[in-house]
Design a protein around this ligand. Structure first.
Ligand code: ZN
Length: 237
């Protein structure tokens, strides 16, 4: 069964007037499971980890079509991943139903400085009855800000703002050059905060594996199944 992001991609493709060609659009045949050329398919290493938390991706229009969108990896790892296309003028009734579902506690993940202080939290509330549902705004920074400002149905939920020390320890541990995170990295951080440590590590490693295969495919070199990225993923699983 294709996951939420895969289904959203198919819906979005069906609405396209002309076939979407990614930058550097390759004609090599792609795997439906991981979007990579069949020669670099990583589906054999895909891992799903049961979690207490769920993830709800609100995706800017073109986002599900981007070959590098990492919301796809979130949906690979976290069984309860939901994905919706975002539009300013309309909202999917299924999204509203999910947000109103009493089993979930939605938390909008966004920098606290853009929200009224009363809404901002830095920890995942420990509500035994409800599972945390991380609402991630998946798009460019300007699209994400627009989604945050123009989605009144999100206004009643707490805004989970990652603390600078959480961000900087992640940057250090991952030896990154900057703190602009992609969607799957934000999801990893959120899962760790929610106590879903294993899923957090698997998702981190899955991003490394995806990046490795993507780069090797681009450079027309074989992926290294015994390399560092795969070793990390095997360990995390
Ligand atoms: Zn594949």
């Amino acid at each position: 069964m294709p996951h939420a992001v895969s289904r959203l991609r198919d819906e979005r493709l069906a609405r396209s007037a002309k076939p979407f060609l990614a930058r550097g659009g390759s004609t090599r045949e792609k795997c439906e499971g991981c979007r990579l050329p069949r020669t670099h398919c990583l589906c054999a290493s895909r891992a799903s980890v049961p979690t207490r938390a769920g993830v709800c991706l609100l995706m800017a229009d073109i986002e599900p079509l981007k070959p590098t969108n990492t919301g796809w990896l979130v949906a690979d790892v976290v069984p309860d991943t939901f994905a919706f296309g975002w539009a300013r003028t309309e909202v999917d009734p299924a999204l509203l139903a999910l947000l109103a579902d009493p089993r979930w506690q939605p938390l909008v993940v966004f920098p606290g400085e853009y929200a009224p202080p009363a809404r901002v939290v830095h920890e995942v509330p420990d509500d035994g009855a409800k599972r945390p549902l991380f609402v991630l705004l998946d798009g460019t920074w300007s699209e994400a800000r627009k989604m945050f400002r123009k989605s009144p149905y999100l206004d009643r939920f707490p805004v989970l703002s990652l603390r600078p020390e959480q961000v900087s320890s992640y940057v250090l541990r991952r030896s990154r050059r900057d703190d602009h995170f992609c969607t799957s990295e934000v999801a990893s951080l959120c899962l760790a905060l929610a106590g879903d440590a294993r899923a957090s590590r698997v998702l981190e490693a899955a991003l490394d594996v995806f990046t490795h295969h993507y780069v090797k495919a681009r450079d027309q070199l074989p992926p290294d199944w015994d390399g560092e990225a795969h070793a990390r993923l095997r360990e995390a699983r």
